[in-house]
Design a protein around this ligand. Structure first.
Ligand code: SF4
Ligand code: SF4
Length: 298
C-alpha cells in the first residue's frame, strides 16, 4: 500500500490479444480525472488510440551508451574492430564506423583506441509523453526507438512520472497498462502496485500464460483478480481457468462474453464503456469490484 492513499492498479495478460488494452482504457474512462494513466506497454504502446492523448509534453529518454568515432582522430588501425565481439565496427569506404544497432555499449573499443578517437555517449532510446486524455486525466506514455533496449528502465520512468503526477494532483488511482509476457518490463510495472488485474482468454496458451504471469505476481505478494474475456468461446477451457483461480485464491472478477462491440469500439476509437451495451454495465461492475477490493485492503 502506498503511504499517500494512491491505489496503483496494474493490468496484465501474460500474452497479447486478450483485450487487455481495451479493458484498461475502459477503466481509465470510468476512473476519469481521479486517475493518472500509465501506458507501460512501451514496446507496442497503443492505448493512445483509445484515449486520444494530446501529446502535450515530449521528453527524450536516454539509456545506455553508444561508441562514437571521431574520424579526424582515427588512424584506421582497426584495433577497435578486432576487439569488438559484437562486430559493431565494420569498415566502410576505408573508414571504421560504429553500427549503432550492433553496439552494446561495453566501452572496450574506447579503452584500446590508441588515438582516443572513440568516446562513449549517452544513447537515445525513446520518448516519454505527458498528455491529457479525452476524459481530462493525465496519461504518461512512451515510445521505445526501433531496436532500442532497456524497456524495463523506460517502464520504470513512465511509472515514476505517473506516481509523481498522481501525488502532486491528489489523485486516488494510477491505472497501468502492463506489457505482455513476464520479462523485465512486466517486473518494472509491478513495482509498488496494490492490485493486479489479469486478463485472459479461454485457450490453452491463455491459461499457460496466466499461470506464468501469476507466478511473477506471487513473488511480489500483490493481490490479484482475473477477467476471463470471450469466456463463451471455449467453456471447457473457461472451467479450467476458474479451477486455477480457485486454487490460487485469485479473485474472479468477471466473465466477459465474446462481443463484436470490442472491434466496433476500436474502429470508432472508443472504449467499450463509451458505447451503450450490456458490456458497459459489466465493465462498470468490474471497476466497482476492484475499488471494493482496494478498500478492503485498507
Ligand atoms: S582503434 Fe581508434 S584509431 Fe584505430 S581504427 Fe578504431 S577508432 Fe580508429
Ligand atoms: S562499445 Fe563495445 S559493442 Fe560498442 S562498438 Fe565498442 S566494443 Fe563494440
Amino acid at each position: 500500500m502506498q503511504s499517500n492513499n494512491i491505489h496503483e492498479i496494474v493490468v496484465l495478460s501474460g500474452k497479447g490479444g486478450t483485450g487487455k488494452t481495451s479493458l484498461t482504457a475502459s477503466l481509465a474512462v470510468l476512473a476519469g480525472n481521479d486517475a493518472v494513466i500509465a501506458d507501460c506497454d512501451v514496446d507496442a504502446a497503443n492505448m493512445h488510440l483509445l484515449l486520444r492523448p494530446d501529446f502535450g509534453e515530449t521528453f527524450e529518454f536516454y539509456s545506455g551508451e553508444l561508441a562514437v568515432i571521431n574520424q579526424d582522430l582515427c588512424n584506421q588501425c582497426g584495433t577497435c574492430a578486432e576487439v569488438c565481439r559484437f562486430h559493431a565496427i565494420p569498415q566502410d569506404k576505408n573508414q571504421y564506423q560504429i553500427n549503432a544497432l550492433d553496439c552494446e555499449g561495453c566501452g572496450y573499443c574506447e579503452k584500446v583506441c590508441p588515438t582516443h578517437a572513440i568516446t562513449m555517449q549517452e544513447r537515445r532510446s525513446g520518448s516519454v509523453y505527458i498528455s491529457k486524455t479525452k476524459v481530462g486525466s493525465t496519461m504518461v506514455h512512451a515510445r521505445l526507438d526501433i531496436a532500442a533496449e532497456n524497456s524495463g528502465k523506460l517502464v520504470a520512468k513512465v511509472k515514476n512520472d505517473a506516481k509523481a503526477i498522481a501525488l502532486a494532483g491528489n489523485k486516488h488511482f494510477i491505472i497501468v497498462d502492463g506489457s505482455p509476457g513476464i520479462g523485465c518490463p512486466v517486473v518494472s510495472s509491478l513495482a509498488g502496485a496494490n492490485y493486479v488485474i489479469l486478463v485472459t482468454e479461454p485457450t490453452m496458451s491463455g491459461l499457460h500464460d496466466l499461470k506464468r504471469v501469476h507466478a511473477v505476481i506471487e513473488r511480489f505478494r500483490i493481490k490479484s483478480g482475473c477477467i476471463i474475456n470471450k469466456y463463451d468461446l471455449n467453456k471447457e477451457q473457461t472451467a479450467e481457468i476458474k479451477c486455477f483461480l480457485r486454487e490460487e485464491q485469485i479473485d474472479h472478477l468477471a466473465d466477459i462474453p465474446y462481443d463484436s462491440i470490442f472491434s466496433e469500439a476500436m474502429i470508432e476509437e472508443k472504449t467499450i464503456v463509451e458505447i451503450e451495451s450490456p458490456l458497459k454495465q459489466l465493465v462498470g461492475s468490474i471497476w466497482e469490484k476492484v475499488k471494493e477490493q482496494l478498500t478492503r485492503k485498507n
